[in-house]
Design a protein around this ligand. Structure first.
Ligand code: ARG
Length: 569
């Protein structure tokens, strides 16, 4: 594995510990909490002092005596209760940056042990519109897939469409008895569903008829199956349109219906093996000795014989295991389904599925009033409408900034900026924090936003274009870090290699957003403090190379988040 600054210092620390005959896995090197004191720090002395009941500052002094870092850093210093601070030498940073300049991966190493990871995300429900809640699963799942692939994992993305379920009784009944014309849009389907839902409340006969349609569908009745297929196709067309706009695709779209055939034998087997048992006419999986699920059995067959969302998810799990032998399966799905996934994972254990199963949950998207986002008439905001508004607003913004661009170019940039802003707003916070949805904030050219980062990238490209026009060539071998601003930039550029691999352990693309934001900030400081094109020749070369590198890292980082960069804006 390629070394990062952090792993290099960690190794050196390990060597020193070995010399002192100390075995301590908790002694870690981390980026400095306060850069005034150094670039990296370690808590090693404090951890060891506690372990051996010694004075931490004394342990720190002993450790420093053994630490061999003079080829890469100044003599480490002790701070506060016993931290050891490292400051890398400028010449070492210059050398490291030079290697980065020729690396298309911006320094990010491939993992030593690639894993096979199935990522289940987006998964909207047919005959219902995709709403703002689905955007998070879609954007987060896609970013995680991109990052895992970039790190060298074998990723299978699977859209577990909700294309089967009780809603179809109502929809089919509606199509047959209520619809006045041919149904062509999800909107019409939703209207129909709503109407049937309301009417059957007060009409037991209708309720029975609706139920009958569902049973007929489940039994394979030709007419009902045909209507169901039509409804799925109508929905899929709209979903596809959204995915295309968002530039998101899936390896598989194995909806719930793909597992219909598997449910009956699965449930039988679980019953035979004693994993599921009867309870009040229904079939359930009990987790009697489980710390939190003892009172919460998993319902897999209703008393009327019907199968459930849960049953399908168990079948899906078995299918994925057989087909891909994954090391991990990640479910990117909202917090309200937490119990469902706990039960599913506990069931998996019982049936001997041992791969890592992770529910990657996330908070809600709230309006600026901090309440669930709704339209004026009180409905969920549809994703379609949201995308349209993002494009409109970005178009206006781009037009104000660049009145001279052609409409086609404005449109193209608006697409990149508007959708980028929307995605970024979802990714920049810790995923479990609720997002407050604000167009002004997400489309602002200031602050931690996609347009701010895109703008920094564009500015760099414009400098590089000007340099090219003036006949400059960016020299890759002449990095000189003279000013503080340059040194800070170099450090941040090299730390990209540490940030990207750290994202997956807790599914936190927000740490990448923060790193990119800080890099863009540092670029602006550098741009203000250090003349580039007007600098003297040798310095100019170095600054151009730095600028180019920042552009590469910004582009690479944004691409990992599923966000594009424009060349002009
Ligand atoms: N269709 C579900 C929903 O919209 C999400 C499915 C998540 N994936 C799964 N394997 N259960 O709520």
């Amino acid at each position: 594995m390629q070394e990062t600054l952090q792993s290099l210092l960690q190794q050196r620390l390990g060597d020193a510990l070995l010399k002192l005959h100390v075995d301590c896995s908790l002694a870690l090197v981390t980026p400095a909490a306060d850069i005034r004191f150094g670039d990296y720090q370690t808590n090693a002395a404090m951890v060891i002092a506690k372990q051996e009941r010694k004075n931490p500052r004394e342990v720190a002094a002993q450790l420093i005596e053994q630490l061999q870092v003079d080829d890469i850093a100044a003599t480490p210093e002790i701070a506060g209760p016993g931290f050891i601070n490292f400051r890398l030498t400028t010449s070492f940073l210059e050398k490291q940056i030079a290697t980065l300049l020729n690396d298309p991966r911006c320094g990010v190493a491939l993992v030593d042990k690639p894993q096979t990871i199935v990522i289940d995300f987006s998964s909207p429900n047919v005959a219902k519109p995709m709403h703002v809640g689905h955007i998070k699963s879609t954007v987060l799942g896609d970013a995680l897939a991109r990052i895992a692939r970039f790190l060298g994992h074998h990723v299978i993305t699977d859209n577990h469409l909700g294309d089967w379920g009780t809603q179809f009784g109502k929809v089919i009944y509606g199509v047959k008895n209520i619809a006045k014309s041919k149904i062509e849009t999800v909107h019409q389907l939703v209207e129909l569903y709503r109407e049937v839902n309301e009417k059957e409340e007060h009409d037991p006969e209708m309720k029975a008829a609706v139920r009958e349609e569902l049973v007929k569908l489940q039994q394979g009745d030709a007419e009902n199956v045909a209507i169901w297929k039509e409804v799925v196709a109508i929905s899929w067309k709209e979903f596809e349109n959204i995915y295309q706009q968002l530039n998101i695709s899936f390896d598989e779209c194995l909806g719930e219906s793909s597992y219909n055939e598997a449910l009956e034998p699965l449930v039988k087997r679980l019953e035979q093996e004693g994993i599921a048992e009867e309870s009040q006419g229904a079939l359930v999986v009990f987790f009697k000795n489980h710390p939190t699920l003892a009172e919460k059995p998993f319902l897999i067959r209703k008393a009327d014989g019907g199968f459930l969302y849960a049953t399908t998810d168990i079948a899906t799990l078995e299918y994925r295991k057989e087909r891909w032998h994954p090391d991990a399966i990640w479910y990117v799905c909202g917090m309200p389904q937490q119990l469902h996934f706990e039960q599913l994972f506990a069931t998996a254990k019982k049936i001997g599925i041992s791969c890592e199963l992770r529910h990657i949950s996330f908070g809600s998207i709230l309006g600026e009033d901090r309440k669930m986002m709704k339209t004026r008439s009180g409905e969920n905001v549809e994703l379609n409408a949201l995308l349209e508004e993002a494009l409109d607003r970005a178009f206006k913004l781009v037009s104000e900034k660049n009145p001279g661009f052609s409409d086609a170019e404005k449109k193209e940039i608006a697409q990149i900026v508007g959708l980028g802003a929307l995605k970024y707003a979802d990714l920049m916070q810790h995923r479990t924090t609720d997002t407050i949805f604000s167009w002004e904030k997400m489309l602002s050219f200031q602050g931690n936003t996609a347009p701010y980062l895109q703008n920094a990238y564009v500015r760099i490209q414009s400098i590089l274009r000007k340099a090219k026009e003036a006949g400059e060539v960016v020299a890759f071998d002449s990095i000189k870090l003279q000013e503080d601003a340059e040194r800070t930039l170099a450090l941040q550029l090299l730390q990209f290699a540490e940030v990207v691999p750290a994202i997956l352990s807790d599914a936190r693309p927000n740490i990448l957003c923060l790193a990119l934001y800080e890099l863009a900030n540092s670029f602006h400081r550098f741009y203000e403090q250090c003349p580039i094109l007007k600098a003297e020749e040798s310095v100019k070369q170095s600054r151009l190379a730095l600028a180019q590198l920042i552009g590469c890292v910004l582009r690479c980082g944004l691409e990992l988040l599923g966000i594009k960069v424009p060349e002009r804006m």
